[in-house]
Design a protein around this ligand. Structure first.
Ligand SMILES: [Zn+2]
Length: 464
């Protein structure tokens, strides 16, 4: 009578931990420190940063580096000094790479990402990023789209007449991606001045070389692999400041979050996490998860991290104005400060929650097998996971195997095994998140069946 014993155990777990949670200090799903941090996001600050970024006239990765007022050299120096001014806790530096001529990099160049590290209690890292480099070309993005040409909107511009001359044509890039850069810089300020002792190390990263093919992001991701830097999650923001579509449709109340598949990849779970926690701290702004790596045929820096196995999502405004992208018209007039601030608040809420939570639990064995079985009855859902450092409880989630969003959740206390009697593991997707004593929750790790081995069967005529 195994089943008879399992049912009361589960009920008991839920009752005991459900009660102690209510009886403890926590009386809200929201952490007042995160509420305060989110409220610190300032439209005026974002405006000042955007105006400064626009003043450099171009931030093309191949532009001049000698001027102190114009081009990417002046821009990166200003970003470095600006973030340094926020707090002595922020470790701000150039993440520099010598890049020889290749692809859209038309001459040897020194590429510098600008990186601000806010050390946490543990080395695991959470990134908030944008790209500060820009590009503008004749006709811009709008003409290319409207012509119906199957051209990749992010394709290379024609090579310059003199590849060794700086590419100094006007490329203000206030939305692409001044918006994501300003958001990243503003979050560096509010996080470093919050006084919160985060568990995870936060990194505020302004990439270069995005417009030449995600070059700065890829170089940093390669270094992270080589140096075994434990990057847990990347929130990439690119084109997040405009709420008026070029077709006249206005939407300042939603943000798209793109993530690569398959359905229960860590990046998808990160997108679901942003929807869950962004929605709790910023209920006036709706997160729209998109089940694809990015917009149709277009790219962004999160994909450079995905390609090397990191968990990363891309934030994109809901209604784009293509006539302003990769164009001299990408100016401050194309920005909605209230909209950009809302997107910054969603990023802040999700990144702060994740940085205070324990790391997501592992749900596979040493041999990579998912720790889910039908025991003990043969018809149950038996979930096991590896304890996450700092966790005080776990929350399990499930949904019909057809659905995109978690439908059910259950807090189960400080255990590493739960049995849900008569729940057929074939009919549901299951996952588990780690929760600390104050309710900070990790993103979910889902139980995913390994792919079936693709084994060819030899065949031959009878008698051979
Ligand atoms: Zn961009």
């Amino acid at each position: 009578m195994m089943r008879a014993r399992v049912i009361p155990t589960l009920i008991l777990l839920v009752v005991v931990f459900g009660f102690s949670r209510t009886a403890a200090a926590q009386t809200s799903d929201l952490d007042p420190r995160i509420v305060k941090l989110v409220a610190e996001i300032s439209e005026e600050r974002l405006e000042k940063i955007l105006e400064k970024l626009e003043s450099f006239e171009t931030r093309n990765t191949l532009s001049s580096t000698t001027s102190t007022t114009r081009g990417i050299g002046a821009a990166r120096e200003w970003i470095l000094q600006e973030m340094r001014s926020y707090s002595p806790k922020l470790q701000v530096s150039f993440d520099a790479h010598q890049v020889p001529k290749q692809g859209r990099i038309t001459r040897d160049v020194e590429l510098r990402n600008v990186m601000a590290i806010l050390p946490g209690r543990s080395p695991r890292r959470i990134y908030v990023s944008g790209h500060y480099d820009t590009v503008a070309r004749a006709g811009g993005q709008g003409a290319a789209n409207a012509s119906g040409a199957p051209r990749d909107p992010d394709a290379a511009a024609p090579p310059p007449a003199d590849p060794n001359a700086p590419l100094d044509n006007l490329a203000p890039g206030v939305n692409d991606d001044g918006s994501g850069t300003a958001l990243t810089i503003e979050l560096a300020r509010v996080f470093s001045q919050s006084g919160i002792d985060f568990d995870a190390t936060l990194v505020f990263m302004c990439h270069a070389g995005e417009e030449q093919g995600l070059v700065g992001a890829r170089l940093h991701a390669q270094k992270a692999v080589e140096e075994k830097i434990p990057i847990e999650a990347i929130f990439n923001n690119d084109i997040v400041g405009n709420d008026k579509g070029g077709n006249g449709i206005i939407d300042g109340a939603t943000i798209r979050v793109y993530s690569e598949g398959p359905e229960d990849s860590p990046s998808r779970e990160l997108a679901r996490f942003v929807q869950r926690w962004g929605g709790r701290y910023v209920p006036s702004h709706r997160v729209r998860p998109m089940a694809r790596p990015d917009r149709f045929g277009r790219g962004g820096d999160h994909s450079a991290y995905n390609q090397l196995g990191f968990t990363a999502v891309g934030f994109r405004e809901s209604r784009e104005n293509f006539t302003r992208q990769h164009d001299v018209r990408d100016t401050f007039e194309g920005i909605s400060l209230p909209y950009l601030a809302q997107n910054a608040r969603v990023n802040a809420a999700a990144a702060a929650t994740l940085a205070l939570a324990p790391p997501p639990p592992g749900v596979t064995s040493d041999r990579g097998q998912p720790l889910i079985t039908r025991a003990p009855s043969g018809y149950d859902a038996n979930l096991r996971w590896n304890a996450s450092p700092g966790a005080a409880a776990y929350r399990i989630f499930w949904r019909e195997a057809w659905g995109p969003d978690w439908e059910h959740e259950l807090l189960v206390g400080d255990v590493t095994n739960v049995v849900l009697p008569n729940m057929q593991i074939d009919d549901y997707i299951f996952g588990v998140a780690a929760v600390d004593t104050q309710g900070h929750e990790s993103f979910v790790t889902a139980y995913v069946a390994p792919a079936r081995a693709n084994t060819a069967i030899r065949s031959g005529s009878a008698g051979q």
